[in-house]
Write a protein that binds this ligand. Structure first.
Ligand code: SAH
Length: 247
């Protein structure tokens, strides 16, 4: 049997948002690896071994998948959303960099619908012009770098999607993020909090930066900040496609 490692994105939560390609890979898998809540989304079946692990064990998980593949198993590492967006695809290549003897293994990365795009679709079209995505967790980078990138993106008048905005272990940083954004933009810009998008717990709220409070975000929230032209139309939020030149 030829072993393989597939890194698959499960989308934001709704089973209808899992691609047919990912569904087929899951059906072929002998082993599924991933962070506990993501592996919990996979139905157990005979011949399938589930390997849930902690979210800080990404490199160990990637190495485990490579070892399974080398032994002829079909290992699938699952991520929420898209596996290339602040997730396991990079961790796999990091592990591969240190393991030249595994370079001939069969490897595939299967895209998924990332939280930012699922949230944007629910809001309307807030990312209709140029945008960027920033991970607000300082787990793998210093907070000073996050602050620097925020300011640079703000000066470019990008709309922004923020992943990992606020967790119990670092509750104050998001307050600082909002402060920086107000310093750069003033109070009027629209900011949306999309929580648990495409699940039964979904909530979506849009306010101005002046009204935004840190408690509006948690680890299940994707935050979208508009650019200078982003506006409401009825109950929707959209950003026009034309350039505004307001940098
Ligand atoms: N690979 C994932 C992102 C992993 S980082 C993706 O492409 O979506 C984890 C962060 O993603 C969370 O802190 C949250 O900001 C966001 N997120 C993931 N699923 C979400 C959902 N259903 N609704 C809102 N935000 C979500």
């Amino acid at each position: 049997m030829t072993g393989s490692v597939t890194v698959a994105g499960l989308g934001p939560g709704d089973p209808h948002l899992v691609t047919p390609e990912v569904t087929a890979a899951l059906a072929q898998a002998t082993d599924i690896l991933g962070y506990v809540p993501y592996v919990a989304r996979i139905a157990p079946r005979e011949g399938l071994t589930l390997h849930p692990s902690d979210n800080r064990e990404e490199l160990a998980r990637a190495n485990h998948a490579l070892d399974l593949a080398a032994r002829g198993r079909r290992a699938v590492i699952v991520s929420s959303g898209d596996p290339g967006v602040f997730a396991m695809a990079s961790a796999l290549f990091e592990a591969l960099e240190a393991a030249p003897h595994h370079h001939d293994l069969q490897i595939a990365i299967l895209p998924g619908i990332t939280a930012m795009l699922a949230a944007a679709a629910k809001l309307g079209a807030p990312l209709g012009h140029d945008f960027c995505a920033i991970n607000l967790s300082d787990n793998l980078k210093p907070f000073a770098l996050i602050e620097h990138r925020l300011r640079m993106a703000a000066r470019g008048d990008f709309a922004m999607g923020f992943y990992n905005p606020r967790s119990a272990s670092r509750p104050h940083q998001f307050a600082r993020v909002l402060e920086i954004l107000r310093e750069e933009y003033g109070d009027d810009r629209l900011i949306s909090f999309a929580r648990a998008v495409s699940t039964p717990q979904e909530t979506i709220t849009t306010v101005t930066l002046g009204e935004a409070r840190p408690e509006m975000a948690d680890m299940r929230t994707l935050v979208i900040l508009g650019n200078s032209a982003t506006r409401r139309v009825g109950r929707w939020v959209y950003t026009p496609r034309s350039a505004q030149g307001a940098a």
